[in-house]
Design a protein around this ligand. Structure first.
Ligand SMILES: *[C@@H]1O[C@H](CO)[C@@H](O)[C@H](O)[C@H]1NC(C)=O
Ligand SMILES: *[C@@H]1O[C@H](CO)[C@@H](O)[C@H](O)[C@H]1NC(C)=O
Length: 279
């Protein structure tokens, strides 16, 4: 009588030999290319059996391998098992019940979140066979049109800052002159919010050019998206060299503020008089 690992090996061999005929074997198929899902939309992750036999008495597991590594959907013996489902998937997952009898176990994921991005596994097990497929899901979110703000005079030029939010994956930001030549800018600043969206921001100092047009472009090559904003900075602001110009600009601004202030005071006084006269 053999014992220990050897006996286990023999048992396995016997089991393999006594497996029922070829007909119970199946292959699990799915997409070979990554699936691109748009944040906020619904997506179908394809997964099906070849041959197209019913999975109604099999176990279908959908697992997020990266970054979570946990089963978030299980179908077993005709029941959906959602105990201990990963909270972020709650209420967003379903199989197509009418497709199960022909081996289609594609998963519908609704209201895609940026955090759904990653590698998925569709694993199908019968009593004596199993196979799986892995699917890469890329969640795409195109951010806002860049907002450019003027920061004022810096180191002999005009300081500008550009910001764009709501991106996934992380985009690149470039500052360009009117000829499309990239300008040397400050270090890119990236921030990721709790929902996984990226905000990018970058400062630049520009000098006067023949057009005074500057472009901030934010692009993400993997999802083939880019958005840009072009700004024109008036020459009067750019070629500022002497303090009197600054004084002039400041005076203008103060002038405007004073006018607004006066207008408001006048308005309030009128209102007050009106109110007083109403009493
Ligand atoms: C199963 O596949 C065969 C060929 O592979 C096809 O003719 C048949 O229509 C399919 N059955 C269903 C229910 O989809
Ligand atoms: C599986 O079902 C889904 C939803 O009805 C459908 O979009 C998909 O084409 C089906 N896949 C196969 C291989 O039949």
């Amino acid at each position: 009588m053999v014992t220990g690992p050897d006996s286990l090996f023999v048992t396995l061999l016997i089991l393999l030999h006594t497996l029922p005929s070829e007909s119970v074997k199946f292959e699990v198929l799915g997409p070979t290319e990554p699936i691109v899902a748009v944040a906020g939309d619904d997506v179908i992750l394809p997964c099906y059996l070849k041959p197209n036999i019913s999975v109604e008495d099999m176990t279908v597991d959908w697992r997020n391998l990266d970054p979570i590594d946990d089963i978030f959907y299980r179908y077993q013996n005709g029941r959906i098992i959602l105990e201990d489902q990963i909270p972020s998937y709650r209420g967003r997952t379903s199989l197509f019940k009418e497709e199960l009898w022909r081996g289609n176990t594609s998963l519908k994921l609704t209201r895609v979140q940026v955090t759904d991005d990653g590698l998925y596994e569709c694993l199908i097990q019968s009593k004596d066979w199993y196979d799986d497929i892995k699917i890469q899901v890329l969640v795409k979110a195109v951010g806002s049109r860049p907002v450019v703000s003027i920061e004022g005079h810096r180191e002999g030029g005009m300081g500008l800052v550009c910001q764009s939010e709501g991106w996934h994956p992380e985009p690149d930001l470039v500052w360009l002159d009117s000829k499309g030549v990239s300008l040397s800018a400050g270090p890119p600043e990236t921030h990721r919010d709790l929902k996984g969206f990226y905000t990018v921001k970058q400062h630049v100092i520009v000098q006067e050019t023949d057009t005074n047009l500057f472009t901030c472009r934010v692009l993400q090559k993997r999802i083939n998206e880019e958005v840009e904003t072009e700004v024109h900075i008036p020459s009067a602001l750019l070629n500022y060299t002497t303090p009197w110009r600054l004084s002039f600009i400041v005076c203008c601004c103060l002038g405007v503020i004073t006018v607004i202030g006066l207008a408001l005071t006048a308005f309030c006084t009128c209102k007050k008089t009106e109110n007083d006269s109403n009493i």
